[in-house]
Structures are given as C-alpha cells and as structure tokens.
Design a protein around this ligand. Structure first.
Ligand SMILES: Cc1ncc(C[n+]2csc(CCOP(=O)(O)OP(=O)(O)O)c2C)c(N)n1
Ligand SMILES: [Mg+2]
Length: 564
C-alpha cells in the first residue's frame, strides 16, 4: 500500500464518509486513493467554506469533519476555518498537501510553513514524514480533535510520502472513550452552595450544546426546577419552551435577561466557554459562580468561579440532581420576572412596517420553522436579534458563531445541516455582506442537491459596523455598497430567487420555498432603526427605571458590549 491508500484506509477506519475541499497537484495520489474508496470527495469553490463544512459536521455529530487542500495558497485558505473550529470547539481534521520533502525539484515555489501557520489555530499541527506512521497519526488526530475540548487538528501530507510504499502498516481501531466522572467532593461542595443560595440560577454555555448532552440537560432542569438562561451558543441546549427559560444573554449586561441575573445570588454555569462574548460580568462580591464543565474554567477578569465540577457533564448533573431533587423551593418571583422579560422580547414582532423590523423577521422565521428546523446564521446585526428573540425547543437548532464570529460561515454551516438532516427544514440567514463572502458555494449546494433556503437580510451595508459607527458618534461614511440583483443571482446558480416586497410577504415566501424543496434565495429588506430604538434607547430607559447606573452614558456603554 502506498501512503495515500493508507491515509484513505485510516480515514475509512474512522468512519469518514465525505471529505470537502479543493485538491491541488500535491494531493493527486490522495484523490486517486479516494476514487477507489467508499469516501465521497465533495469539491467546494474555495477552501474556507470546506473548512466551515467540516467544522459544522463536527459540531453537529461530535465526530471530526474532514477537509482537504493543497499546499501554500489552498492551505492558507483554511486558516479562518481552523480558527472557527478552534474557538468554537468543533472537532475537525484538516489535511493539506506539500511538495516532496526528500527532494526539492521546484525549489521554494508555493512553499510556506503551513504546519507553523496552523499551530496557533489548531490543537495539533503535524507533518507526516513517513507513510508507515500514517495509521497512528490519523488515529491520534481524530482522538485529539474529538476529545474535550474539541477542535481542529492539522496533518500535512507531502506528495512523496503520499506516493511512498508503506507495506502493510496495520490500522489502529478506535475504541469508546468515557470522560472521568466528577468527584463526590466536588458534587457535595456544589450541592451545599446551591442549597444555601436564596436565588440560584442556571446558565447553559457553548459546551452544553455538545450533541450527546441534550437529554441530560433537560432532565436536570426538570429534576432541580431551577430557572435558567443561556449564552448565544448554548441556545436550545435545554428546550427553550421549558417553563424555566428566562432568556438568552446576547449582551453582556443591561438587557432584560440581566434583571434575572442581577437578582441571582448564585449562578451555576454549565459548559461555559469564555470564547463567547461574556453573558454576564462577574465582579467581586456580586455573585457566586459554580462552573460545571468537561474541563476547568479559564479564569478571566469577568469570570472566576468559586467552585468547579469537572468531568463528564451528563454524569455530573445526574449526581448533582440526586443531591438536590425535592430539596429546593422555586422562588415564585421568577415566574413574574420571566413573563416581564419574554413580553419585552416579543414586542413589535407582528408590526406591519416595511422594510421589516428585525423582530418581525425573527417572528416570521419562527412561524415557518418546525421545532426541529435549523436556522444557521452568518454574522451581522441580525444575529443579536435572533439570539435574543428566537425561541428554540430542540438542541442545535440555532447555529450561530459567537466565538470567532466570522462572516462567511452561515451558508456552509447551513449546507452541512441540510446534508446531515435532509428531512428537516434548514434556513440560512445571512446579511448582504456576509452572504457574498461565500456565495459561490451555492453551486456546491446545488450540485449536492440540497434542500436549503437562504434568507438574505438586505440593508446595502455592513450594517453592524455602520450601527456602531452611529452609536459612537462617528459620521455615516464608508460602509455601504451595492448588491447584485439577488433574484437574477439565484437564477444564475440554478436556484430560485425571490424578493420580499411587503411586510406580510416574508412568511409565505419562506413557506412556499420550503414546500417546493430545492435551493432558494429570498431577499428581504430590513429596517435597522430598531437597533438604536431598542438596543440603546429602550434598554437605557429600563435601566433608568431601575435606578441603576443613571449617570452612565448608556449609548457608549451598550455599544461596547457588542463585539464585531
Ligand atoms: C470575516 C469578517 N470580516 C469582518 C467582520 C466584522 N464585521 C462584523 S459584522 C459586519 C457587517 C456584516 O454585514 P452584513 O453581513 O451585511 O450584516 P448586517 O450587519 O448588515 O445585517 C462586519 C464587517 C467579521 N466579523 N468577519
Ligand atoms: Mg448588511
């Protein structure tokens, strides 16, 4: 067997069924080995979205997704995808080609040190120097990528190693791997703190969205009956319709949900990863925090838990619920507060204004999405609105990136969801800026015959930055652009395009697109004046009513809470 055959056999051994990417001449042995394998090679139109596809496969299945590129230019197009998986905790394996390492017949042509470039963006980055080491390196790559905290691993396969005869190097079988169970001391310490608290609150973070955790989390809330909120990436980890849901922290403070956070004396965070924009700001003496995680907390200026429960989250929560069940009283004030928070969030959701308000767009999308439907967001101003306003009942049904927060990942992440769950409705929501960063993948989506609806939020601008510019008192300058005719653009890709022209036109357009199946592009104009009205002025007034921080210049303060 030559090296590339061994690589492909090792990937089959890991259960890989698809690889995404753009091969170069240095990958041709691998391409030939793939041709004779059970693995499908899906070529994309740029390497960056291939890495986003692989990362999202990892995010949704818990198993590493795989992407392939050539050396230098192709490999460097992977870097944003690697960072996306690295910050977002998404398991993936990136395989890049390289010139031969035993001879140098093309001198330095196209050669950059990709292994070094990938090092700060991956859990491990390594060159394969001999074909016989491929089985162990591949097994190790998948193990490292998938284990907590998950992330990308990079392997570079030089073309002479790919072509080299390796004999019969045996493959390494994978085996089940369980995480350690949290210690009884940690469980007892945590349950003592919770029992002693007057108003404990739960918070679900990004790590709570690991696909295998969903039943354990809902079970925990049902048993202990403590109200909860979530971070943006922890959204849906526990059924959002649960009577204990208090909202999503899309800002770091002073949103409606922070009324609940401010009232709590103890916050139990479950799976919080500080790559996310802080869901609340810890300060000395304000709250106590217990961190329940697969791995220990990263201590930050705004996050320094006083107790930790480390290990398998599902088993830890089961043990903790065993200590707490039936021993906690639910504070009746929570129900009143919950209604107040959720009523404010749904304000103006049915207004007939055109262009549509962000609240109306979120509302109408929710109307056409069944509980298991998946909305995949790109990054822009509308993300804040979806994070705050979109209710989820099923884990991983609002895919958003609050870690790298890159533009351009919305379409590929939705494509992967559509590929994995062909029976579910999948909607990509992207701004006119972010959509155009990887819109070429409409061709890949069409070739893969995906059922996918893409909703473009059209404001002819990098709206989020334009908004910050306004809030910060800068002149409105430099952030607008013209768009292609999106209806014609869709047609050019063989997709169906449609423009929403009335306030009531969005929901039926989405419904018809989903009913018809296939690939659809719908563009909807948005009225972003709500950004200032709600996210600045209204929240400031709420604070004034509460007599909190009256003297603070809220416009500047609230603005600083958003990270571009
Ligand atoms: C790759 C990348 N470039 C730049 C940014 C900074 N950024 C964040 S949101 C945004 C504007 C997004 O514009 P659009 O997609 O049109 O969404 P809108 O805010 O207008 O709804 C920019 C430039 C980023 N997050 N990622
Ligand atoms: Mg825009």
């Amino acid at each position: 067997m030559k090296g590339s055959d061994l690589l492909v056999a090792a990937l089959e051994n890991e259960g890989v069924d698809r690889i995404f990417g753009v091969p170069g001449e240095e990958n041709l042995d691998v391409v030939e080995s793939l041709r004779r394998s059970s693995i499908e090679l899906v070529v994309t139109r740029h390497e960056q979205p291939a890495a986003f596809l692989a990362a999202t496969y990892g995010r949704l299945t818990g198993k590493p997704g795989v992407a392939l590129s050539t050396l230098g230019p192709g490999a460097l197009n992977f870097v944003t995808g690697a960072a996306y998986g690295f910050l977002g905790g998404m398991p993936m394996v990136l395989i890049t080609g390289q010139k031969a390492i035993r001879q140098s017949r093309q001198a330095h042509f196209q050669i950059v040190d990709v292994v070094a470039a990938m090092r700060p963006l991956t859990k491990q980055s390594q060159q394969i120097v001999s074909a016989s080491s491929i089985p162990t390196l591949v097994r190790n790559a998948f193990r490292v990528a998938a284990e907590e905290r998950p992330g990308p691993v990079h392997l570079e396969l030089p073309e002479d190693v790919a072509a080299e005869e390796a004999g019969d190097a045996p493959l390494v079988p994978a085996h089940a791997a369980e995480l350690p169970v949290p210690s009884p001391e940690a469980i007892e310490r945590a349950s003592d703190l919770i029992l002693a608290a007057k108003s404990p609150l739960l918070m679900f973070g990004a790590g709570a969205s690991r696909p295998q955790l969903a039943p354990a989390l809902s079970d925990f809330v049902r048993r202990v009956r403590i109200p909860f909120f979530n971070t943006q990436m922890g959204k849906g980890a526990v059924g959002g319709a649960s009577d204990f849901y208090l909202g999503t922290a899309a800002l770091s403070e002073r949103d409606y949900v922070h009324k609940a956070i401010d009232r709590a004396d103890l916050i139990v965070t479950i799976g919080h990863e500080t790559v996310e924009k802080p869901p609340f700001l810890m300060s000395q003496g304000r709250h106590q925090v217990i961190h329940i995680g697969f791995v220990s907390a990263t201590v930050e200026e705004v996050y320094f838990p006083q107790a930790e429960v480390i290990g398998d989250i599902a088993k830890g929560l089961d043990l903790l619920a065993g200590q707490l069940e039936g021993r906690l009283k639910t504070n009746p004030d929570w129900a009143v507060l919950r209604k107040d928070i959720l009523d404010h969030i749904t304000d103006r959701a049915e207004e007939d204004r055109f262009p549509l308000t962000p609240q109306r767009i979120v509302h109408d999308v929710r109307q056409v999405m069944p509980p298991d439907g998946i909305v995949a967001l790109d990054n822009g101003m509308y993300k804040i609105w979806f994070a705050r306003n979109y209710r989820t009942d099923v884990a991983n049904t609002l895919l958003l990136d609050n870690a790298l927060a890159t533009m351009g990942a919305g379409l590929p992440s939705g494509m992967m969801a559509a590929l994995l769950y062909p029976q579910r409705r999948v909607l990509v929501v992207a701004g006119d800026g972010g959509f155009m960063m990887n819109s070429q993948e409409l061709e890949t989506a069409r070739r893969m015959k995906l059922n996918l609806v893409v909703l473009i939020i059209e404001d002819h601008a990098y709206g989020m930055i334009r908004w910050k510019q306004a809030v910060d008192g800068f002149a409105d300058w430099g952030l607008t652009f013209d768009n292609p005719d999106f209806v014609a653009y869709a047609a050019a890709y063989g997709a169906r395009g449609r423009r929403v022209t009335t306030a009531s036109g969005l929901a039926p357009a989405l419904e018809e697109a989903f009913s018809a199946g296939g690939l659809h592009l719908i563009t909807v104009p948005i009225d972003y004046s709500e950004n200032i009205r709600v996210l600045v002025d209204e929240l400031r007034h709420m604070q004034d009513r509460n007599h909190l921080n009256r003297e603070m210049k809220m416009r500047v303060q609230v603005f600083r809470l958003f990270e571009a």
